[in-house]
Design a protein around this ligand. Structure first.
Ligand code: SAM
Length: 202
């Protein structure tokens, strides 16, 4: 097996685990996970209490981010925002409140049923978001089409992080901004961690 074949096979295993794990957070948020999620996670990351009160319970309960990308995004009314790995939609909903009716929020998620879930959650909020099935490694948007890229706990899931960064810069308009919260390790991870799809997917 060549290195490329091996990588493609590992990427396929990881994709299946990512689909399974985040689907479970969306369908069964009350189940046990070995990462923070839902309202306790959002509170810990400093999401404004009024956002969490106002957002639909489905989006709050299935929130699976690792930080608060809104803190530095400084979204302005009228802007176009891309939420990469939009999941059950909490970050997209908050972005939609911030950019207002003149703005536009576009979600992209690997898992088409996440887009359906996010749309279901958004339906009760009066705000809208487009959601596209797609991968952050091949963002299904034209060049220079968004003002801000948001992402919360998603880039660490990719095998091809450099490619993700190139894609973010491709879709950003000149002068655009990126606000990401993610996981980085200050030391090299052991092979037993790197080779465990459950740990990588989480
Ligand atoms: C950590 S959650 C995102 C949290 C979300 N922002 C929220 O408000 O709850 C991860 C999401 O990223 C999606 N995802 C994982 N890998 C992806 C990829 N390569 N491209 C696009 N989306 C991906 C998963 O399907 C999942 O819905």
């Amino acid at each position: 097996m060549t290195h490329a074949d091996e990588q493609a096979s590992l990427e396929g295993i990881l994709k299946d685990e990512i689909l399974r794990m985040y689907q479970e957070v969306a369908d069964n948020p009350e189940a046990e996970f070995h990462f923070f999620h839902g309202r306790p996670a959002a509170e810990m990351f400093g999401y404004a209490p009024e956002w969490l009160e106002r957002a639909p319970a489905g989006a709050v309960d299935s929130f699976a981010g690792v930080g608060n990308p809104h803190e530095r995004a400084a979204l302005k009314p009228g802007e176009t925002v891309l939420d990469l790995g939009s999941g059950a939609g909490l970050d997209a909903i908050i972005a939609a409140w911030e950019v207002g009716p003149e703005g536009r929020v576009i979600g992209v998620d690997l898992n088409p049923s996440m887009c359906l879930k996010a749309q279901e959650n958004l339906a009760t909020t009066g705000v809208t978001m487009e959601c596209h099935e797609g991968r952050m490694e091949d963002i299904p948007l034209p060049d220079a089409s968004v003002d801000v890229v948001l992402s919360n706990g998603v880039v660490n899931l990719s095998f091809r992080k450099r490619r993700v960064a190139e894609e973010m810069f491709r879709v950003l308009r000149p002068g655009g901004r990126i606000s990401i919260t993610d996981i980085v390790s200050g030391r090299e991870l052991s092979q037993s961690i790197v080779n465990d799809p459950k740990l990588w997917a989480a």
